[in-house]
Design a protein around this ligand. Structure first.
Ligand code: NAD
Length: 327
């Protein structure tokens, strides 16, 4: 069988490493390009390097020379751009790396995808984006659909929105094929400790205050990372050309109700004392903090028959167990 090369960027990150693992098990040849920032999970390398169909390159996607060399050498059939600076708080305190990686990095990958396209090599570009590009849903009944205008609020979401605009324009102008995936908040093993669910779990382990921004009523939709990885892979191989797909679930919680849900599980299933409810602590709100994101994900169900598989409570327990092992 002819080797099919898939170039994945950010394949050592939280979502990227889940996608890489699944693709390796499907026998695709994976070229994993990752700069190995603080957010990467270097221990996943031990797992991946046992696969014969795996190659790793510690490259920065903002540096075009090396990226261009990779495209010429492997001529990937699919490019999955999962690399990003991904933490909103960091984008507020220090936005520069978000502009570099999320915008310039995507630009470099598009230029090289276009080089293959001009040389009659069929490559699909899959851009991993976020529900945050649609911006805040002030009207409580509203729900974001593919094609809705982008109204990002933070330097992070603005950089992701810019990258999506570049992808669509490269398709319209130069004819490259693409999909964009906009997913809701992910959780699961290997997520960096700066993110909300790991912060909640870690604070409970250490009996530290659980910080909640503002009044804690901000609404978010949550997906288990393994379900998102399945959706990304399904869209890569079966998504209709040049379509954007929202990836969501029915798990909508305010931040405060999510914290209470996790505390309840820690008490019921992990033997913690009810006193841990007292750890909840309100802190000054994040500047520009969006009140609500919610996605309509009918399109992915209709086109690909995809739906999230994991039960929320079981997925949270699996996640807590993983952090317990890492404690
Ligand atoms: P992450 O921060 O855990 O991982 C990002 C990875 O990209 C890291 O391994 C890092 O080393 C790598 N990277 C960063 N800059 C790079 C560069 N210049 N060159 C090469 N590699 C670089 O991120 P994540 O949570 O796995 O998110 C992955 C993607 O999914 C991002 O594009 C993010 O916007 C999107 N997304 C994430 C969520 C979520 O809840 N985590 C939700 C929706 C969308």
């Amino acid at each position: 069988m002819k080797k099919i090369f898939i170039l994945v960027t950010g394949g050592m990150g939280f979502i990227g490493s889940e996608v890489v693992k699944k693709l390796l098990n499907l026998n695709y040849h994976i070229i994993n390009v990752d700069k190995l920032t603080y957010a990467s999970n270097k221990e996943r390398q031990k797992e991946f390097k046992n696969y014969k169909n795996y190659q790793f390159f510690k490259y920065d996607i903002t540096k075009n020379n090396k990226i261009s060399w990779l495209f010429k050498k492997f001529k990937p059939k699919y490019v999955l751009n999962i690399a990003a600076e991904s933490h909103v708080d960091n984008s507020i305190s220090d936005p520069r790396s978000f502009i570099d990686t999320n915008i310039i990095g995507t630009y470099n990958l598009l230029v090289n995808t276009n080089f293959l396209h001009k040389n009659k090599i069929k490559t699909k570009f899959v851009q991993i984006s976020t529900d945050e590009v649609y911006g805040d849903i002030a009207n409580k009944k509203f729900i974001s659909r593919e094609g809705d205008p982008y109204i990002p609020s933070s330097p992070y979401s603005a950089s992701k929105a810019s990258a999506d605009h570049l992808v669509r324009s490269w398709s319209r102008t130069y004819g490259i094929k693409y999909n964009i995936t906009c997913s809701v908040n992910n959780f699961g093993p290997f997520q960096n400790k700066e993110k909300f669910i790991p912060v909640i779990i870690d604070s409970i382990f250490k009996r530290k205050k659980i910080p909640l921004y503002g009044n804690g009523k901000q609404m978010r939709n949550w997906i288990y990372v393994k379900d998102n990885a399945d959706a990304i892979i399904d869209i890569t191989f079966n998504g209709k050309t040049n379509e954007t797909y929202n990836i969501g679930t029915n798990e909508n919680y305010s931040n405060i109700s999510l914290v209470k849900k996790i505390i309840k599980i820690m008490v019921k299933d992990f033997g913690y004392d009810k006193k841990i409810y007292n750890l909840i602590s309100y802190v000054n709100d994040r500047p520009g903090h969006d009140y609500k994101y919610r996605l309509d994900y009918k399109k992915i169900r209709k086109h690909l028959n995809w739906k999230p598989r994991l039960n929320f409570e079981n997925a949270i327990k699996e996640t807590i167990n993983w952090y317990l092992l890492k404690k």
